[in-house]
Design a protein. Structure first.
Lengths: 310, 285
């Protein structure tokens, strides 16, 4: 009896609640929950930590000591006087300068090749894309093994009667080789975005150009390239950001060596913060990295994204 | 199409055939470059110690000893389990939150919507490295370091996913949603029963991309995890390989990398359509 009565009351109250929750309130409740949680989440895990990072960067932040005295811009001036940090900036820019055009050209070339064939297109696309989904760390160790002093590549060189190379142990070759493995891994992604771009170009442009007697190069130069401009901008922006953040490959393949020839800004930040526990200097270095990324991205968007006349 | 054929009546001329063959030759060379590192990795992992410097791609004697050895030498089983649990939880939360947020941003209009969208999207510009030091200090203070939650908390909702879902939800006709409202469905049921089924392919894409991203994520787990048993696969691989590299134990290192790469290659081959479409669309929109 009692149970039945309770159930009845529960149903009644549910019905009441239902009518009270008019459409408007229900709708706003939905918006608050669905968007409020992510908003709070991003404010607390992204926005607040940025401010925190700025705060750490102007303090002498020793993990073991209680007080973290304010030191102004001392961390920044120490950082720019630090030769390894200077070298890491130069190296990071080398990664960007070789890697971004490199992956752009390779990706565009593969996309153009694939665009001109019909059979096995899906197969090639799948194969070229495989490296992109695999772990950077695992792949880096595979390349390290191939490039070892007595690894596969040197054995091949010996078999061909050529001099074995130092590869990752050479200050002159290491950075280039790491960049090449990065290009290798991103080819599939670059190919994909360029293929999507190529497919969006209307065929009639090429047909019109053919009527005018334009050759393959002129069609590429005057139709394909200008129309692909937004894709190139996209690829370059993504590329610059990712090469500025080079870390996993460097840590796994050379750990910055030989003689800091491959130390990148992020590797230096990692060493400062988590090997030497200098949180203040490390945070200052992240602020510099952030500024560089922001400036370059804005600059790129401005320079590359200008309207093209057709 | 037909007009271009008309201007090139010799559509299948010897020169064209030569050109097509040349393209295929180049593409096949590319396939070799893309696949060789993986083939060499797998080949090495099945070799006997004395054959490690032999250049044969298919070893004379194939051994599984390296695989049993690495599970004895390091807690590979734990690493696989940790990586799987973390990737699955993160994928589940991302799908729920990103889908709901993307839906609201695409299909509702209300005061402050643009600002909220801008705040969320602008977080994509912030390099993870800048956040890692504060995250590390916060995790230390709150006792989150060296735990699953410690690895998970920065990635339970993603701006990329919200952006992706917003783009896809945008194409749902508003009339359809209004009709459901008139029928008396509440907003949660409209999302679950009408909107989500319409963007199922996009959700599959989001699920796979999030899973892959979490499986491969490196710098944050490397910092927040300290005990060997808690490591994820990429952190474990670095730890394990760095220990072994001085003994040049490459057969074991390659067995380890094979274990961490193989599941993802299989996942990719199964879901390649969704993955490729997802990346192409998120890139272009």
């Amino acid at each position: 009896m009692l149970e039945q009565a309770l159930r009845l009351t529960a149903r009644k109250s549910r019905e009441l609640l239902h009518t009270r929750l008019t459409y408007r309130t229900q709708r706003y409740l939905f918006i608050y929950i669905a968007l409020g949680i992510p908003l709070l989440y991003f404010l607390s895990t992204r926005m607040a930590p940025i401010l925190y990072a700025f705060n750490v960067s102007v303090r002498e932040w020793d993990l073991l000591s209680q007080d973290k005295p304010y030191v102004g811009l001392a961390n920044f001036s120490a950082l720019f006087a630090d030769e390894i940090f200077q070298k890491s900036i130069v190296n990071t820019f080398k990664f960007v300068i070789i890697g971004v055009p490199g992956q752009l050209i390779v990706g565009l070339a593969v996309a153009l090749l694939l665009h001109n064939v019909q059979r096995f297109r899906g197969f090639f696309r799948t194969v070229y894309f495989i490296p992109y989904v695999t772990s950077i760390i695992a792949v880096s160790w595979v390349f390290r093994w191939i490039l070892m002093r007595n690894g596969w590549l040197n054995e091949m060189l010996l078999n061909l009667g050529l001099e074995p190379q130092l590869f990752l142990q050479s200050p002159r070759q290491a950075l280039l080789l790491i960049t090449l493995t990065m290009i290798w891994q991103s080819t599939g992604f670059q190919m994909l975005i360029f293929m999507t771009g190529l497919e969006a170009i209307p065929r009639m442009y090429y047909e019109a150009a053919a009527i005018d007697g334009a050759g393959a190069w002129r069609k590429f130069r005057h139709i394909t390239l200008p129309l692909l401009n937004p894709v190139i901008v996209f690829s370059a922006v993504i590329g610059v950001i990712s090469y500025l953040q080079s870390f996993g490959q460097v840590l796994s393949m050379t750990n910055g060596g030989p003689l800091n020839a491959t130390t990148t800004m992020v590797l230096h930040i990692y060493n400062l913060a988590f090997q030497q526990f200098k949180m203040g200097s490390a945070a200052a270095a992240t602020v510099v990295l952030f500024a560089v990324i922001l400036a370059l991205t804005l600059l790129q968007l401005k320079v590359l994204n200008k309207k093209v006349e057709y | 199409m037909s007009s271009s054929r008309a201007y090139r009546p010799s559509g299948k001329s010897p020169a064209d055939k030569l050109r097509t063959s040349l393209i295929y030759v180049l593409l096949v060379i590319g396939v070799g470059i893309m696949l060789f590192p993986f083939l060499w990795m797998v080949a090495t992992s099945f070799k006997l110690p004395q054959d490690v410097y032999n250049l044969r791609l298919i070893p004379e004697t194939i051994t599984f000893d390296n695989y049993t050895a690495i599970f004895k030498k390091a807690p590979f089983g734990d690493w696989i389990k940790n990586t799987l649990i973390i990737s699955l939880i993160a994928t589940a939360t991302v799908v729920v939150f990103d889908t709901a947020a993307g839906y609201v941003l695409a299909k509702f209009s209300f005061f402050g919507k643009q600002i909220i969208f801008l705040i969320i999207i602008s977080t994509l510009m912030v390099p993870t490295e800048m956040l890692i030091i504060p995250w590390y200090l916060i995790a230390n203070d709150l006792g989150w370091s060296d735990t699953y939650w410690g690895v998970l908390f920065p990635g339970i909702i993603t701006a990329f996913g919200i952006f992706l879902m917003r783009q896809f939800m945008d194409s749902i006709p508003s009339d359809l949603l209004d009709a459901a409202r008139i029928d008396g469905l509440n907003e949660w049921r409209i999302l679950a029963q009408i909107a989500i089924p319409l963007v199922k392919p996009a959700i599959v894409t989001l699920i796979i991309l999030t899973f892959i991203g979490n499986w491969n994520q490196f710098i944050w787990p490397l910092i927040v995890l300290q005990t060997e048993e808690k490591f994820t696969l990429p952190v474990g691989i670095v730890y394990f390989s760095s220990e072994l590299k001085d003994t040049s134990n490459w057969i074991l290192i390659m067995a380890g990398t094979t274990i961490s790469i193989a599941p993802l290659i299989l996942l990719f081959l199964v879901f390649q359509k969704q993955i490729i479409r997802g990346i192409a669309l998120s890139g272009m929109k």
